[in-house]
Design a protein around this ligand. Structure first.
Ligand SMILES: Cc1ncc(COP(=O)(O)O)c(C=O)c1O
Length: 387
């Protein structure tokens, strides 16, 4: 039987594999980015209440009005006025929002620029829509990741249709500055491109403030802004997110969306709406920031003490830490770490395309979305590296 060529290069998700290895070796899992603390009480209560109050039948594919309104209220301070009924689509996590956006915007052969290292779903998602990913590498310079604008300019061709941006960034923890985003916006304008702005970590920044790309002059009409309730409320298994885009793009996205999930599970939409309404008033976002700040600092100290060159992330779920002090290649070291030391972390090279992997630093990605107890357990294990 002949399988479709578009899926032939798709290998099993490395996160699932690493988590299985971590379970097998009873390792502390700082590899996969899922929170490991108890779900907040108000979130659990919202989940329970939603089972009683939500419709258990089909809803409109775009999402229930209560949730559309709550997402608009969440994002209006960042990107300005939003028409909830015309400009928001509720999706199965940010992952399906990415797919719907690409399905709406990419024609076969269109080039889409991806900044590496990058969230691993971007390349397969572009390919699923018959687009061509084009890679531009961020450069680690003195503890910061720099966007080389000349390299970005050089990557733009007549076939370029758009760029996927991600800030706060996975895996580096970079938060793109206003100046950087303005430079990108100028190119977007000049070359008539669109932008998918993946802002799933927008509530988790430490020093630098998060700036939504759509807030830049003229960019709202060219941008799809993507978010994730799973990241905001530490419930990644709920599989719910959203995309905010101008009405014309939203209509096209909904066209694709209605044929893939049809709509997101009704009571999960209701629960998310309740959570957003409550979080707007109960101080949750400040508490979330504080939690992540403490965990980031604890993990950064732990990794530095263990001999890694840990970079200090400005936001998001992860720390990238150089392993120059250790011999062997990154994959082999990551395997040694999980099987012999008992700590799981992702090799940074997997966040690069095989064709560009020579640019990858010798480094691991560690998750800071883990409780202080988990980080302390990892610290204890990492002591073994010194013996
Ligand atoms: C940058 C980035 N975008 C999107 C996603 C996917 O989010 P969701 O779980 O809501 O599909 C992730 C998850 O790790 C991510 O890191």
């Amino acid at each position: 039987m002949q399988l479709a060529t578009r899926v032939l290069g798709f290998t099993p998700n490395p996160f699932t594999e690493l988590t299985a290895l971590a379970v097998k070796h009873n390792a502390v899992n700082l590899g996969q980015g899922f929170p490991d603390w108890a779900v907040p009480d108000f979130v659990l209560a919202a989940a329970t209440e939603s089972l009683k109050t939500a419709s258990h039948q089909y809803t409109a594919p775009r999402g229930i009005p209560r949730l559309l309104n709550a997402v608009a209220a969440l994002l209006e301070p960042q990107i300005g006025k939003i028409d909830p009924l015309e400009e928001i689509t509720i999706t199965v996590g940010a992952t399906q929002a990415l797919h719907a956006a690409l399905a709406a915007l990419v024609n076969p052969g269109d080039e889409v620029i991806l900044l590496e290292p990058k969230f691993d779903s971007y390349t397969p998602q572009v390919r699923l829509c018959d687009g061509v990913p084009v890679f531009v590498q961020l450069e680690p310079v003195e503890g910061k990741w720099i966007l080389n604008l000349d390299k970005l300019k050089a990557a733009i061709t007549p076939r370029t249709k758009g760029i996927i941006l991600n800030s706060p960034h996975n895996p580096t923890g970079k938060v793109f500055t206003k100046a950087e985003q303005e430079s990108i916006a100028a190119l977007v304008q000049q070359h008539d491109l669109w932008v998918i702005s993946d802002e799933v970590y927008d509530r988790i920044t430490f020093e630098a403030p998060h700036i939504s790309f759509a807030s830049l002059p003229e960019m709202r009409e060219r941008t799809v802004t993507i978010g994730s309730a799973g990241k905001i409320f530490s419930v990644t298994g709920w599989r719910i997110g959203w995309a905010v885009a101008p009405a014309q793009i939203t209509t096209a996205m909904r066209g694709a969306h209605q044929w893939i999930p049809f709509h997101v599970t009704g009571h999960v939409q209701e629960a998310t709406a309740i959570c957003l309404e409550m979080a707007a008033e109960n101080g949750y976002y400040a508490a979330l920031q504080q939690r992540f700040l403490e965990q980031r600092n604890a993990l950064h100290t732990t990794l530095t003490r263990a001999g890694f060159h840990a970079m200090l992330p400005e936001g998001g779920y992860f720390i990238v830490a150089g392993i120059e002090a250790y011999s062997g290649n990154t994959q082999a070291f990551a395997k040694h770490l999980v099987t012999e030391i008992g700590v799981a972390a992702m090799p940074v090279p997997i966040f690069y395309d095989p064709s560009t992997r020579e640019h990858a630093p010798k480094a691991l990605r560690f998750a800071i979305c883990k409780s202080l107890e988990t980080i302390a357990a990892a610290a204890e294990r990492l002591e073994r590296l010194k013996s």
